[in-house]
Structures are given as structure tokens and as C-alpha cells.
Design a protein around this ligand. Structure first.
Ligand code: CTP
Ligand code: MG
Length: 613
């Protein structure tokens, strides 16, 4: 019920149009019933000699029209009038059906478009953590095929429910006044046909679901293969992947085949029941007509009614199953919409100087598994902080706290003395530039990829940012320069070029706080040094965090933090840390001895080379 309410909510703005379109199908159905009625009058009272017989509310309409055309004597020589009437009715019916199709399509397409917009906009506002955890394929499916299920249901099936109701309602109101016994005969098997349809489709719901899920699995294999195509090629796993796809493909075929077999059964049995129903009407009707209980025209009318009525009733089972499927889709879409979004106040602006203080900060992704434990340190504006630690020690987690991608679990982080949790997320993110450990480039041009961090930035500013990131000349060397389109995820660039483009994007923001998560290590030592030198020359030097394992980079920092299993085990300048036992000194010694070894080795072989640490 709740889901029906959600569906009703989704329909907001198009409800009226949608209801009118159901009204149009009501009108079309209503007109359909005049066909057998006109045939009946023609056979009984124009060709035959019975007095005009029309019951209930139809009486004034029929007698009026009958007399208008001059009664039986007038009409008997002009049977074409009846044909023209039938054609006119068909035409008007066609117009109603056209509008029904048009309106329900407009309504359902707009509803689908609105749902997609709503979900997409909501996804943009969901926290970073949500996107890290959710599967892209699943989200895409929810935004596309689930919405499509809803659209199809609204455009086609729900209208069918309307048609079936109108059909039965009008049939009864046309049939009962004509002959109650014939009505009973015509309706005798309807409950069974309807019941059979409902029960059958409830039973095969599972088969529908299995086939849908299997299709989903097949698409996942396809999607993963396509996005991981480089891994597949690199490891020569094509044959394995083909097998995997083939298995899924066969599974899907088998399940669909089973479904089609079941459906074939359904339609045969349902056909059989319907034929019995029609036969009953014909046999009893003929018998009664022969005995003069009903007229020939009435028999004709009833046999046509039954044929008309059975089809939508047989469809109902299918519609009800699809309704179940639609409700599942509505639920899946609402799961996204129910996720709480991040709070933003776009107008809030802050001027950050860049003093940062961590006091006993702890952080955990999952309760009970702390990733950062009791971390405390202070950084003055403009200082450079280097972070060192083995993999998984919490470096990335620590820097992710600054732009509030995640919020710390306990302790306090202040920026210029203000508690970070009290600063709006948008406002702080405009002041913290971060180059992610695994940068992502959009399949757009290089200029767009860099410019994305600051809308309406001038070309000069983009060039300057690229210059600092030492990528400007590289870009100019490309045939199309800044207009070069990078492939999906930036595949046409080398790893280091990609890192530098990502860096330029962050530098363009010119933020008072800057974070490089391992990004400088992806470029060679000289470029690394050049980039840092450029940064130091900037008019306003940013408070900079650099995660790196490169000693030249680390040793030049004002403060070095050494993390081990989420704990800050050492803190100090290069001079302080080389004289302390610990990770920093160990790495220093290893790198130094390696270089000495290399130098002796090279000297032995008479090679003279200047080694840059
Ligand atoms: N972690 C987690 N959930 C995430 C990200 C990380 O549970 N969404 C865990 C990791 O399994 C790891 C710990 O948090 O044990 C610290 O991760 P991270 O801060 O990313 O480690 P780094 O020090 O950045 O490691 P690396 O040098 O490999 O980048
Ligand atoms: Mg990391």
C-alpha cells in the first residue's frame, strides 16, 4: 500500500492527464458496446419485423435515432445508414484511443523523466561513503530499467486495468436489461477465467523473477568485462570470460524458455476455457432463440459481447503480476530516495587561513574497528606536512577527514580554531583541494577535466594550474592541445600524466589547504621537486599535506607524521626524526644504503651518473 502511495507521489504533476487518459479508454470501451447493439436493432427491427426494443437508459437514444431516420419503413431501404453509423462509431472510438495513447504516453514519459531526475539529483547529494560502498551497475539499473518498468506499467498495463473494469461494468449494464438468463450464461465462466489468470500469474511470478535476475547477472558479466577489459587482456583471460558469459547466457535462455513454455500452457488452457464460455453462449442462445425466448439480434449481441469481454479479463493476470514487479521497482527506487543526503548551505562562505589542529582524533568506518586512534598534532598556516606510513596505516583516511568526506568519530579537529563539524561541507570543500590517490578523469576534453573544479575559469588560469602541475607542455604537445579528449577514465594518458591533470584540476581552485594523496609519487623525482618548488612560490602558500614514501619529498616538509596502524607514532622535522629510532630512520637508512650500493656498483662498471635522492 505504501508503495502505491509512493507511485501516486511520483505521478504528481501528471495525475490529471493520466486520469483523463483512463477516461478516454472508458469512452472508447463504451462506444464499442454500441456495435453489437446496432447490429441487434438492424437484425431484429429493420431486417426482422420485431418492434424496436431497447431497455433502460438506452431506450431514449435508440428510439430517438430510430424515429429520426423514419422508423423501420424509412430504414429498411437504407441499410447503409446502419453501416455509416458503425463507421462513425469506429471513427470516434479511434479518436478516443488516439488521445488515450497520446495522453498516457505523455504522462508516463514525464513521470519517468521526473523519477530519473529525482533519483539522479538525490544521488548527487548522497555522502561520499554511500558511493564508495554501492555498486555502480546496480545504481544504473535502478535509474534506468526500474524506471522503465514503472513507465511501462503506467503507459500500458495500468490503463488495461481501467479497460477491464470498464469492459465488465459496461457489459453488465448493456446485457442485464436485454436478458438476465443470457447475462448469467455469458458470465458463468468469467470468474474462473479471471481466477485462473490470477492464480497462474502468481505461480509463475517466481519464473518471471528468475528470468529477470538471470538477465541482470548476464548484464553484470557484460558490464564488468567491458569495464575491466584491460585486466582481461593483460591476463589473457578472454577464454575464461567467454565461458563465463556463455554460462550466464545459456542460463538466461533456459529460464526464458521455461517461462515461454509456461505461458504457452497458460494461453492454451485459457483459450480452452474461453471457447467453452463462447460455446455455452452460442448453444444456449441458439436454443433460446429457436424457442423464441430471445431474439436473433440478442443472440448476435451476446456472442459479440462475450468475445469482447474475455480478452481484457484474460490479460488481467498478467497485469497483476506486472504490478507486483512495478512495486518492487518503486521500492528499489525509494531505497535510494530514503537515503539521507548531506546538508549543504550553498551561500555560506568562509575565509580560511589554514591553521589546523587535531586533538585526540579517532575515526572508524565500521563501529569497533578504529582506523585512526587518538591522533593529535598542530599545523600552522602555510606549513607543509608530510605523512608516512605503511600501506593501510590510515593516511588516506586521515586526509579524507579534512574536506569532510567522512566525519571523525571522536576528538576534535579545528580549522582556524573553528570545529570542523560546525563548518558547512560545501564551504569547507571549497577551501580544501584534494588530489585523490586514484584520480578519475571524465571522458571529456583536458580543458574541461581541469576546469571542472572551478566553473567559469579563464583559460589563463587553467594554463597556470597546468604549468604548476608540470603538465602544460605535455598537453601542448598533443595534436589538439587542451581540446584533446581523454578516453573513459583518462585511458589515453599515461599514469603520471593523469595524476598531473588531476593535480592541475585541484590547483586551479587555489585553496588555502592542499592535499596530495600519493599523487607526487606517481611522477618522477625531478617533476615532483619542480611541482613543490612552484607551489612554494605561489603568492599565498597553502597549508599542504603530502602523502609520500619519497625521502626527498618527506625531508623537506616542516612536519613529518609517521602513522602505524592508525596511531601517530612519530612527529617532527627531518632532523628530529633521523635521530630517533623508528620507521622514518629505517627508511632513511635503507634508501641511503641502497644508493651507496648502487653508486659503488656503477663505479665498478665505470659508469658515472649523478643520482638524485
Ligand atoms: N578502510 C575501510 N573502509 C574504507 C577505506 C579504508 O575500512 N572505505 C580501511 C582499510 O582496510 C585500511 C584502513 O581503513 O585497513 C586504512 O585505510 P587507508 O587510510 O586507505 O590506508 P592508507 O594508509 O592510505 O594506505 P595506502 O598507503 O595503501 O594508500
Ligand atoms: Mg591511501
Amino acid at each position: 500500500m505504501k508503495k502505491l502511495y509512493y507511485l501516486w507521489q511520483f505521478m504528481k504533476g501528471n495525475r490529471a492527464l493520466y486520469i483523463i487518459s483512463i477516461g478516454a479508454i472508458g469512452m472508447a470501451t463504451f462506444l464499442l458496446f454500441f456495435w453489437p447493439m446496432i447490429l441487434r436493432v438492424t437484425v431484429d427491427s429493420i431486417i426482422g419485423e420485431k418492434a424496436l426494443e431497447a431497455q433502460g437508459w438506452l431506450k431514449p437514444i435508440f428510439t430517438g435515432a430510430f424515429n429520426f431516420f423514419g422508423g423501420r419503413s424509412g430504414l429498411v431501404g437504407k441499410l447503409w445508414i446502419c453501416s455509416i453509423l458503425l463507421i462513425i462509431i469506429t471513427l470516434i472510438r479511434g479518436i478516443f484511443l488516439y488521445f488515450k495513447g497520446k495522453w498516457s504516453a505523455i504522462a508516463s514519459e514525464s513521470i519517468a523523466q521526473r523519477i530519473r531526475d529525482k533519483v539522479y539529483n538525490h544521488l548527487q547529494l548522497l555522502p561520499y561513503n554511500y558511493h564508495v560502498k554501492s555498486k555502480t551497475g546496480d545504481l544504473i539499473q535502478r535509474c534506468t530499467s526500474d524506471v522503465e518498468t514503472i513507465r511501462r506499467f503506467l503507459a500500458i498495463q495500468f490503463v488495461e486495468v481501467g479497460r477491464a473494469f470498464f469492459m465488465v461494468g459496461f457489459a453488465l449494464s448493456f446485457m442485464i436489461p436485454m436478458s438476465v438468463p443470457m447475462t448469467l450464461v455469458s458470465m458463468a465462466l468469467v470468474p474462473f477465467i479471471f481466477g485462473f489468470a490470477v492464480i497462474f500469474f502468481i505461480k509463475v511470478k517466481k519464473a518471471f523473477q528468475l528470468s529477470d535476475e538471470s538477465e541482470g547477472r548476464m548484464s553484470t558479466v557484460l558490464q564488468e568485462n567491458l569495464s575491466g577489459v584491460r585486466v582481461v587482456r593483460a591476463f589473457a583471460r578472454q577464454a575464461h570470460e567467454m565461458d563465463k558469459f556463455d554460462t550466464r547466457n545459456c542460463e538466461y535462455r533456459d529460464l526464458t524458455y521455461r517461462l515461454i513454455r509456461l505461458l504457452a500452457w497458460y494461453w492454451s488452457i485459457s483459450d480452452f476455457l474461453s471457447l467453452i464460455q463462447i460455446a455455452a453462449v452460442l448453444i444456449l442462445g441458439t436454443f433460446w432463440a429457436a424457442n423464441g425466448v430471445i431474439s436473433l439480434g440478442t443472440l448476435l449481441a451476446f456472442s459479440t459481447f462475450v468475445g469482447m469481454m474475455l480478452w481484457p479479463i484474460r490479460q488481467m493476470g498478467r497485469v497483476l503480476t506486472d504490478m507486483g514487479k512495478t512495486m518492487v521497482s518503486v521500492g528499489r527506487i525509494h531505497e535510494i530516495l530514503d537515503e539521507p543526503t548531506e546538508e549543504f548551505h550553498d551561500d555560506e562562505k568562509i575565509a580560511v587561513k589554514g591553521k589546523i589542529e587535531f586533538k585526540n582524533v579517532s575515526f572508524e568506518y565500521e563501529p569497533g574497528k578504529p582506523v585512526l586512534k587518538d591522533v593529535s598534532f598542530t599545523v600552522e598556516p602555510g606549513q607543509t606536512v608530510a605523512i608516512l606510513g605503511s600501506t593501510g596505516s590510515g593516511k588516506t583516511s586521515l586526509v579524507h577527514l579534512l574536506p569532510r568526506l567522512y566525519d571523525y568519530t571522536s576528538g576534535s579537529i579545528t580549522i582556524d580554531g573553528i570545529e570542523l563539524k560546525d563548518i558547512d561541507k560545501h564551504a569547507i570543500r571549497k577551501n580544501v583541494g584534494i588530489v585523490l590517490q586514484e584520480p578519475f578523469l571524465f571522458s571529456r576534453t583536458l580543458k574541461e577535466n581541469i576546469g571542472i573544479s572551478r566553473i567559469n575559469s579563464e583559460d589563463d588560469e587553467i594554463f597556470e594550474a597546468a604549468q604548476i602541475a608540470s603538465v602544460h607542455d605535455v598537453i601542448l604537445d598533443f595534436q589538439k592541445g587542451y581540446e584533446t579528449a581523454v578516453g573513459e577514465r583518462g585511458v589515453t594518458l599515461s599514469g603520471g600524466q593523469k595524476q598531473r591533470v588531476a593535480m592541475a584540476r585541484t590547483l586551479l581552485m587555489n585553496t588555502p589547504i592542499l592535499i596530495f594523496d600519493d599523487s607526487l609519487s606517481a611522477v618522477d623525482i625531478e617533476t615532483d621537486a619542480a611541482i613543490r618548488a612552484q607551489l612554494n612560490r605561489r603568492a599565498r602558500k597553502a597549508t599542504t599535506f603530502i602523502i609520500s614514501h619519497r625521502l626527498t619529498t618527506l625531508s623537506e616538509a616542516d612536519i613529518i607524521l609517521v602513522l602505524e596502524h592508525g596511531k601517530l607514532v612519530q612527529i617532527g622535522s627531518h632532523e628530529e626524526l633521523v635521530n630517533q629510532e623508528g620507521l622514518y630512520k629505517r627508511i632513511w637508512n635503507i634508501q641511503n644504503s641502497l644508493e651507496e650500493e648502487l653508486e659503488t656498483e656503477l663505479e665498478k662498471n665505470n659508469v658515472k651518473i649523478g643520482i638524485n635522492k
